[in-house]
Design a protein around this ligand. Sequence first.
Ligand code: MTE
Length: 336
Amino acid sequence: MLIKKRVSHEIAENSVTPENIYLNRRSILKSFGIVTASGLAMPSQAGFLDNLLGGSASEVPQAPRKPLEYRPDKPTDLSLTPEPKVINHNNFYEFGTSKTDPAENSQHLKTEPWTLTIEGEVENPGVVDVWELMQQSNLEERIYRMRCVEAWSMVIPWLGLELNTLLKKFKPTSRAKYVAFETLYDPKQMPGQRSRHFGGGIAYPYVEGLRIDEAMHPLTILAVGLYGKTLPTQNGAPVRLVVPWKYGFKGIKSIVKIRLTEKQPPTSWNLLAPHEYGFYANVNPEVDHPRWSQASERFIGEGGPFSSTRQKTLMFNGYAEQVASLYSGMDLKKYY
Ligand code: MTE
């Protein structure tokens, strides 16, 4: 008898939380008694609630997103994080450090045309047109658990392609031991790059890196969309990295360059605070952040302001079966 082994991202076939869970922000504002006669929340209260709800009470017009064709993932018994929360509770310091800043400040980012340069230890360096890549790739949906280093989590239906399929086209050489990624550097478009304070003290451009075996792992994707459409600017349009067993900061956004290297590349958060953020950043409930525990997390799911649930954090964010072998013999307290 042939027993089908479930692959990494395939989760048990149970119920799927519907996409269109509607976050009725105005009625929540009303229930707090802070909608004024004009029907608008006071700005400071709205800001407070934005953070609470993971949404933008100020209803900033969002740049249009295009529908994408893709192969759906298996249904999952995980509850998806509702789309309004995925796209209004972000970290993208190029657009400010509060969770609602990216949705508010990134909408004018010009994402088309967009090219991605692949260089370094490859036989055929080159430039990819990202919008062509989207059309030419057989995009897949990947419903992934995502764990932020700040101890909150989401479940997101990404659309993308395995990074290894792209890298292989450029023929990595035997000296390619690491992969370095770089975000667009354009202070005219990205206010956080113009101000040390607004941009959280990061030395831009934002950079990230993976070991080559991590980059080639089938769970590692280049995401170009979520919830059926191209990425919102605040989530890293038009192309970003998603590595579900690592803390969210590895998921570098709006990538313009991928460089294969022999030496371990620098990474933005490690440069900023090396004792707090390591190169590996694997989700690990046994290794606390110096300032807080990583043993549990607040899951941002459906419902109103106080409905997020506390749950235990899983080793490698629940992907241990697929990735633990990449780190066998390594001291994960040292290589955090
Ligand atoms: N990429 C860039 N270029 N700039 C950033 O500030 N923040 C990181 C990561 N990628 C960041 C980035 C952090 S800290 C997290 S938690 C994730 O993006 C958040 O992704 P999301 O907003 O799509 O949930």
